[in-house]
Design a protein around this ligand. Structure first.
Ligand code: BDP
Length: 723
């Protein structure tokens, strides 16, 4: 039978073209993030090929296998070449990868071993000599250290480093490095702006989406070693058998990558799931219920990490419902997990049902009296600032004041208060600013980083958490640059003292290719982006001015809500006499919760850094600022300056057209255009709103907002994700 192929011939070629283009569409989508192993510059690739001719990589388990596979994939992609394999060899260009128990401890391996810190996760990347020939050694403290070392080595190649001179010694300063997913069981994500939850609960455990493995790779490449799968506003059902089976499937996928699974536990689960009359920590039946639940969990997930708990906060149940305190609640769960080595991360983001005189003081007031009462497998999870992930907050006063307890950091990677996944805001600078803040709790330069890495007050458990910004978006995080925030968080979790700019530079090189001109232009843009957002949203220490409930866009006028501390007017306190929250001794005295040196830094408005001025002080509109301007004029200049920086960022990005792929270029350009318009809305709304109280004109030279205040008050954002 003869077929007429003519009608199909076009279809055939179209199919061929689509299939041929798929890898590039895929690459352009941003799915591979910083693990996009595109070919390096040819000269560099030739040099590396010579230096990496032979691979010695004994494989003894699953973690070795995944590290080995990743290394080969990277070498294939970056260098277009796969080294030959050998058991041991003495030729030129050898790469030896393994641990003390898998590599022969001779020559360069023993030299590397001498440098290796005593820690499972540690690694050394060492350029040595094998026989007569230069070689490279990646030596891990265990198979996990090997995996981390492999990823670090790949990053060195991506960044074009000279691999004949390497002597990198790395050891994490923080033990538990976690992502917190605020993912609900229906796959919505609270404060998630990148699509739905990655966890396909319906099809788990039967269908194991390959994306789970890619998620694990991205985390492992940064050293992230734990993930809390579900929202802190927890649904008790996560602790039922079907969900434990699903969580166990994820744990199995993540295990080779060194990642443990944790769950958010609802404190009232014994009532909801167990049918008990209460969840009182002193009730033996409740204690028994948690013990049995722990044993059931460990049957499913033998290396289960533990529980994250939000209790007595924003309506969540907790021990205070039964007149018990946070230590009673945390210890109840800690005792249940203890036999299995599990930990409880008990959140300090708490607030009473009654309105406090100053919400910023509450966590300190509730937790400091409990110092020393928590079990040794409890760690208190403290948000970076005392209110709630605002664009800028001073560090949380709990850091450094609970020497008998273990404290950990909670950062927010998802941009709830920083323009969602629409605004380009690099958070490495925010995270670093907090980590390097001096608590003065021990001696000068007792940084927040030293509290959480345990070097200030020794604590056996150290941990850090970042509220994830991931979702089903093809590029994982919505905004292409939001990937940098996941990356920066992971790098700082490993070493909170790394410079935010160095991290951003590595991310740019790994993500967009090793192009100096591009990095030269785009790095400063990233480094300015967070300050720009602070300026167009909440300059000079203002905070909590955002739209009601959804938290997108400005809402300085928000008032008359169920709680005063959920409104904006509570925080800015603008009236005809001035603006700002007086937290000095004559105000709420929240400042009194800090060390005397910190108090001294902030208590005098003449010397208080501008960045925190209105956080700590209520000042008259004509207060003379360090710049010589009145407070009102300075406020306006900050708002306008923030918008101008966004315009400058747009211009810089526009010049990158030929240096990034079209899709990413266009996506970032479009998002920056939105950001510019929204920054103007923030600026105009806030300046017009506050002008009602200051009664002063917008300074000369600054353009007048195009609409009256009512226009901005009546703007409605119609599609709001993540509520
Ligand atoms: C706030 C969020 C809310 C979270 C809460 C928390 O608006 O969605 O549940 O923090 O951290 O920032 O518990």
């Amino acid at each position: 039978m003869m077929y007429n192929v003519k009608p199909y011939i076009h279809l055939f070629f179209i199919t061929i073209m689509v299939v041929a283009c798929m890898p590039c569409i895929f690459a352009q989508s941003g799915y591979r993030m910083w693990l996009d192993y595109r070919p390096l510059d040819n000269d560099l690739a030739i040099r590396y090929r010579e230096q990496l001719r032979t691979l010695v990589f004994p494989i003894t388990g699953e973690t070795d296998s995944v590290a080995h596979a990743e290394l080969l994939e990277a070498l294939n992609g970056l260098l277009g070449h796969e080294p030959s394999h050998a058991d041991t060899s003495n030729g030129p260009g050898i790469l030896l990868v393994g641990s003390a128990s898998t590599l022969p401890a001779t020559g360069p391996v023993s030299e590397a071993l001498a440098l290796l810190p005593e820690h499972d996760d540690a690694y050394v990347i060492y350029s040595g000599v094998y026989g007569e020939n230069p070689c490279t050694v990646i030596l891990g403290g265990s198979d996990k250290g090997v995996l981390y070392g492999v990823y670090a080595f790949i990053a060195s190649l991506q960044c074009g480093e000279d691999i004949t001179q390497l002597s990198k010694v790395a050891c994490p300063k923080i033990q538990l490095r976690l992502l917190n997913h605020w993912d609900n069981l229906d796959r919505t994500v609270e404060r998630g702006y990148a699509g739905f939850s990655l966890w396909d609960w319906h099809r788990l455990p039967g269908y194991r989406d390959p994306r789970y493995t890619d998620y694990a790779k991205a985390n492992a490449s940064l050293g992230i070693n734990g993930t809390v799968l579900n929202n802190v506003n927890a649904n008790a059902r996560i602790l039922t058998q079907p969900y434990l089976e699903k969580a166990a499937a994820l744990a199995d996928i993540f295990r080779p990558y060194g990642i443990k699974v944790y769950l958010s536990a609802r404190f009232s689960a014994p009532v909801e799931l167990g049918g008990l009359a209460d969840a009182d920590p002193h009730n033996p039946a409740v204690q028994r219920w948690w013990k049995e639940k722990a044993s059931e969990i460990y049957r499913h997930i033998p290396d289960f990490g533990g529980f994250l708990v939000k209790a007595n906060s924003e309506g969540q149940p907790g021990p205070q419902n039964y007149d018990r305190n946070h230590a009673d609640g945390a210890n109840l769960l800690a005792d249940a997990l203890k036999p299995y080595g599990g930990v409880v991360m008990w959140r300090a983001f708490v607030y009473e049902d009654t309105e406090p005189e100053d919400r910023a003081k509450q966590a300190y007031n509730e937790f400091v009296p409990l110092d020393g009462q928590f079990r040794d497998n409890v760690i208190i999870q403290v948000k970076n600032g005392p209110i709630d992930f605002q664009p800028r907050e001073p560090f949380h006063p709990l850091f450094g004041v609970m020497p008998q307890s273990q404290l950990m950091m909670e950062f927010q990677i998802t941009q709830e208060y920083l323009g969602f996944a629409t605004h380009l805001v690099y958070l490495g600078t925010l995270f670093s600013e907090v980590l390097q803040s001096d608590t003065h709790r021990h001696r000068p330069n007792s940084t927040v980083a030293q509290v959480i890495d345990g070097s200030m007050n020794p604590q056996p458990l150290t941990a850090i958490a970042g509220v994830a910004n991931t979702g089903t978006a093809i590029n994982w995080t919505g905004h292409p640059f939001a990937q940098a925030n996941w990356y920066a968080y992971g790098r700082l979790a490993w070493d909170p003292d790394v410079d935010a700019s160095a991290i951003a530079e590595d991310w740019l090189r790994q993500t967009f290719g090793n192009n100096d001109t591009f990095v030269h232009d785009v790095l400063p843009l990233m480094m300015r982006s967070r300050e720009a957002a602070v300026n167009y949203m909440t300059p000079l220490g203002l905070h909590h001015l955002m739209g009601w409930d959804h938290h997108y866009g400005p809402g300085p006028w928000i008032k008359d809500k169920p709680r005063a501390d959920w409104t904006s007017v509570y925080y800015h306190q603008a009236d005809k006499d001035g603006i700002g929250f007086d937290r000095t001794a004559i105000g709420s005295d929240a400042l009194g919760q800090y060390a005397p040196e910190v108090q001294a830094k902030f208590e005098n408005p003449q010397t208080c850094p501008d960045e925190y001025l209105l956080w700590f002080h209520h000042l008259p509109w004509d207060f003379r600022m360090k710049s010589g301007r009145t407070l009102w004029d300075e406020l306006c200049h900050r708002y306008y300056g923030g918008v101008e920086t966004v315009a400058a960022i747009q211009a810089t990005w526009a010049a990158q057209k030929n240096r990034v792929n079209n899709d990413t270029f266009q996506e970032v350009a479009d998002l920056l255009a939105m950001q510019y318009e929204e920054a103007k809305i923030w600026r105009n709304a806030c300046v017009l709103y506050f002008r009602q109280f200051s009664g002063m004109p917008i300074p000369d030279g600054l353009e007048h907002p195009e609409h009256p205040l009512e226009y901005y008050e009546n703007l409605h954002v119609h599609v709001i994700p993540g509520i």
